[in-house]
Design a protein around this ligand. Structure first.
Ligand code: KIV
Ligand code: ZN
Length: 509
């Protein structure tokens, strides 16, 4: 039997550190459930010491997730570790993940500690974490730029104090595959010589600053690492982390080469990437390997001809293996509430009866505007109608006029602001400019529009438009999304959603 690679997903922690990728509690729980269905072995649910919101989210996820391990991140300090344990202890399989930097640069300039002081802190903090649980992971932050012999010393100090997983991160995405493989081999051989280092699991956590995160992770497996820290779609700090879909499909498609197994249900890869994209309001890039819209599209005549004769000529994966939807019609005008409820359950949404009522009403409205209602449409409705944060601002009515009748583009908007109806109308350079200017005037908010993007959720001229809006104000940014068959309406929803998220962020200060 092939050896197993453990998949440690950090989408909810390192992934959430990616600019604009913040999620509310309901969205985090939904994503956590999806990661469980995807079959990751360990899910890093967050950094409980970062804020009360993070603590509550990790505790809620720990209670919800039953089949897999739930980790909470902590700096190597007593207070952080207490908070991490306080949040993850509710999980069936809790893990504390603590880290301390080991590179000369970080030790001298960030920690202002000598190597001996760092070793002492590792011993003390890991022992404290191990007093709560046997499932302790220790990470040597900036491991990729650390001295190999010092890494061995740090790792041995951690295992002697009770760590059962040792993670060597390439925190700044600096190393090259052969170099990283040699480092991991050297460290593993050094630690394995120690009696307590025999059974420890070695892990890697690679960032993608030079586009090598997946390559470095794969290289590390060949040196003995057996856990990979990854994120869905590779989101994460700066250029992101190793991408879960790419890593898993490399191991799956080239099992002949690597010879490893994972517990990932590959058919859940595309649904997971799509769900994340909807939640954070960032479309999946067209050319993204595995899950991008072009990943299975054949444009040139020669390729199309080849694929028609034999799919294997230009396709190394079956689209069904990553769960690409077949495009089957799921719901329509005449579908009943019970059919919707069982459909939603099949899609992984466990909604309360009153939430199903809300989605059912929205689905009926949508089916009046749009002939076919697909899985993706239902997903957008659930995210919009159920998981949305409680709104300070709500859209009531809009009327927008474009064209060149001699009158500049005009928007009139009626909104609910904290329960009070407000209305305004204004001109703009174009209809969207008029619309956003009018909403901004109503809420008295001088936000900057950083991004405006329109995508079609499904195919066809009556497809729902999905609009993503990114706003910033006083250093805070928020991404909002909105979907509707009318893109002007979707734009208003996205703009107001971003305003609500921004207001929530500023409220939580
Ligand atoms: O990149 C990094 O070093 C990290 C650690 C906290 C594991 O995210
Ligand atoms: Zn990281």
């Amino acid at each position: 039997m092939s050896e197993r690679i453990l998949i440690f997903d950090t989408t909810l922690r390192d992934g959430e550190q990616s600019p604009g990728a913040t999620m509310n509690l309901a969205e985090k729980i939904r994503l956590a459930k999806q990661l469980e269905a995807l079959g990751v072995d360990i899910m890093e649910a967050g950094f409980p010491a970062a804020s009360q919101g993070d603590f509550d989210a990790v505790a809620a996820i720990a209670r919800e997730v039953t089949n897999i391990q739930v980790a909470g991140l902590a700096r190597a300090a007593k207070d952080d570790i207490d908070k991490a344990w306080g949040a993850v202890k509710h999980a069936k399989h809790p893990r504390i993940h603590l880290f301390l930097a080991t590179s000369p640069l970080h030790m001298e300039h960030k920690l202002r500690k000598t190597p001996d002081q760092v070793i002492a802190q590792i011993r003390e903090s890991v022992a404290h974490a191990a007093s709560y649980t046997k499932n302790v992971e220790f990470s040597t932050e900036d491991g990729g730029r650390s001295d190999p012999d010092f890494l061995i010393r740090a790792c041995i100090a951690a295992v002697e104090s009770g760590a059962t997983t040792l993670n060597i991160p390439d925190t700044v995405g600096y190393t090259q595959p052969d170099e990283f493989a040699a480092l991991i081999k050297y460290v593993i051989e050094g630690v394995r010589k120690h009696p307590q280092g025999k059974d420890v699991v070695f892990s890697v956590h690679c960032h993608n600053d030079l586009g090598l995160a997946v390559a470095n992770t794969l290289a590390a497996f060949r040196s003995g690492a057996r856990q990979a820290e990854v994120t869905v779609s590779g989101i994460g700090e700066r250029a992101g982390n190793a991408c879960l879909e790419e890593l898993v499909m490399a191991l799956t498609v080239r099992k002949d080469y690597y010879g490893f197994e994972t517990g990932i249900v590959t058919e859940q890869l595309y649904p997971s990437a799509r769900l994340l994209s909807r939640i954070i309001g960032q479309p999946i890039p067209m050319n993204k390997p595995i899950v991008g819209a072009n990943a299975f599209a054949h444009e040139s005549g020669i390729h199309q001809d080849g694929v028609l004769k034999h799919r294997g000529t230009y396709e190394i994966m079956d689209p069904a293996a990553i769960g690409l939807p077949s495009g089957a019609l799921v719901m329509g005008k005449h579908s009943g509430r019970r059919a919707l409820a069982s459909k939603l359950e099949g899609m992984g949404y466990n909604l309360k009866p009153e939430q199903i009522d809300i989605v059912f009403a929205a689905m009926k409205k949508l089916a009046d505007l749009k002939k076919d209602v697909f899985d993706e449409d239902l997903e957008a409705l659930v995210l919009e109608e159920v998981y949305r944060i409680p709104d300070k601002y709500r859209l009531q009515h809009i009327s927008v006029q474009a064209g060149d009748s001699g009158l500049p583009p005009t928007a009139a908007v009626v909104m609910d602001v904290d329960g009070e109806t407000k209305r305004h109308a204004a001109f703009g350079v174009g209809p969207i400019d008029a619309l956003f200017g009018t909403i901004a005037a109503i809420v008295g908010n001088n936000c900057k529009l950083e991004q405006y993007q329109v995508n079609a959720i499904t195919g066809g001229a009556d497809a729902q438009g999905e609009v993503t809006v990114r706003l910033s104000r006083n250093g805070d940014t928020a991404v909002g999304r909105g979907s509707h068959p009318d893109v002007i309406n979707a734009s208003a929803r996205a703009y107001i959603n971003a305003l609500n998220r921004l207001a929530k962020k500023q409220e939580e200060r």
